[in-house]
Design a protein around this ligand. Structure first.
Ligand SMILES: Nc1ncnc2c1ncn2[C@@H]1O[C@H](COP(=O)(O)OP(=O)(O)O)[C@@H](O)[C@H]1O
Ligand SMILES: [Mg+2]
Length: 416
């Protein structure tokens, strides 16, 4: 990346001189110079610069008209993140150079300029800038990890706790359904026996049988038990998925079936896929290949799948909201396969609006989101990236074309 150096000097020759001396670096886009003639113009340019034109370093003369180098330094120190400044002045001007250093200048060069020395000084300054930025980024990354880790573990614990609490009562229901069914069967059998052997019951029994519509009752009871069974096993499945998803007990790498994790996640997201009044259903197509069990951190990987699916669902719902309802139905396609013998490839593709070039450049940045406040945190993809790349030595990439859709690809090493 090219560094932007702002040169502040009232000597008209300096621009030609620097441009000539540094022509190779400029052509290689290592440095980009701009020139102004006094401190005031410099200050304006620094403060008003857009992100792309931000000034990384200032190389300033001390004695200038309008606003001199020392005044410029004084102004710059008030900025939130001032650019690093190197001052230039004659050797005999040591008093001013000292003052500049005391006002926060990073270094100085003496005039007349020795260009070899200037190159060394510029490189040293830029290196210090890069190092500071890198530390800042690491700090930011660590902060995100800490916050998200804390949130996930609290959420995971709660989910696991709730799942556990539901598990017991649901098992009462589930476990008692079978005996209940058989008792009812026995009782109906008994009634049939009575009916066979006493075909002419007393008046009271006859009228009560009609009142309760015994035939219908017997038929319906069977269906009723059927649906009780379906309901209970669906709750059991969901509870299992929640536990599978949070997998708190598994903080070590485990050999797992990736498909199980994906299926659990889909089950949890079920309500968002199913569609509602203004929300048409989203179709999920699973194209699972033959996968071996993979050594990984299962709950973290589930988290990644969850993030990617949630983004795809968001993208598809947004698209539906903006259109007049004539768009093709939303489809999420999940494809898994082994590639190059020792990589597993999980692709999650949607036919949503796609991602523009400039959004794609910032996709994995922490806190980058295009969603309104309260909806998006901008953490999903940055966390996913950390989990896939840092934790699993895998790769996470995104292919997208506007108007056609987006595919996120997770690749994990088989021998991880
Ligand atoms: N499948 C997708 N289709 C379109 N845009 C997407 C998709 N996935 C992610 N994005 C874009 O990436 C941004 C960052 O995603 P993410 O890190 O998960 O944060 P958040 O979902 O909270 O915004 C989203 O705001 C969105 O603009
Ligand atoms: Mg997200």
């Amino acid at each position: 990346m090219s560094h932007h150096i702002l040169v502040v000097d009232d000597e008209p020759d300096i621009e030609a001189l620097i441009s000539q001396k540094f022509r190779r670096e400029i052509r290689a886009e290592l440095y980009r110079f701009t020139f102004v003639g006094n401190g005031q113009d410099a200050y304006q340019q620094i403060v008003n610069a857009s992100d792309e034109a931000a000034v990384d370093m200032v190389l300033t003369d001390i004695n200038m008209p309008v606003m001199d180098g020392l005044a410029l330094l004084a102004e710059l120190t008030d900025l939130a993140c001032p650019p690093k400044t190197v001052v230039m002045s004659a050797y005999s001007d040591m008093t001013n150079i000292r003052t500049a250093m005391n006002r926060g200048a990073f270094d100085f060069v003496t005039k007349p300029i020795n260009f070899q020395d200037l190159v060394i000084t510029i490189n040293k300054t830029l290196k210090a800038i890069d190092k500071e930025r890198w530390s800042q980024q690491q700090l930011e990354k660590a902060k995100v990890q800490l916050v998200q880790g804390e949130k996930m573990s609290a959420l995971g614990q709660m989910v696991a706790g709730v799942a556990h609490e539901i598990n017991n009562p649901v098992n009462f229901i589930y476990g008692n359904l079978k005996p209940a069914k058989s008792y009812v069967h026995d009782l109906t059998e008994l009634i049939s026996l009575y009916q066979r052997h006493y075909p002419e019951p007393v008046e009271e029994i006859q009228s009560y049988t009609e009142e309760i519509d015994l035939d219908f009752l017997q038929q319906d009871l069977e269906k009723l038990f059927e649906s009780l069974g379906v309901g209970a096993s669906r709750i059991r499945e969901l509870v299992l998925s929640l536990r599978n998803f949070s997998r708190l007990d598994e903080s070590d790498k485990k050999d797992v079936d990736i498909h199980e994790g994906i299926d659990s996640t889909l089950l949890i997201l079920g309500s968002r896929l199913k569609g509602a009044l203004e929300q048409p259903e989203i179709k999920v197509i699973r194209e699972y290949g033959e996968l071996p069990r993979i050594a990984c951190y299962p709950s973290q990987l589930n988290q990644v799948v969850m993030n990617l699916l949630a983004n795809a669902i968001d993208a598809l719902s947004d698209r539906n909201k903006e259109s007049d309802g004539s768009v093709e139905p939303g489809v999420i396609r999940i494809t898994t396969k082994v590639v190059d013998d020792d990589w597993v490839r999980i692709a999650i593709a949607d036919n949503g609006p796609g991602i523009s070039e400039d959004v794609r450049a910032k996709l994995f940045d922490p806190f980058f989101t295009t969603k309104p406040v309260g909806k998006g945190t901008g953490l999903g993809l940055s966390i996913s990236y950390q989990i896939v790349v840092d934790k699993h030595q895998g790769r996470l990439s995104c292919e997208s074309s506007l108007g056609e859709g987006t595919t996120f690809v997770i690749e994990l090493p088989l021998r991880g």
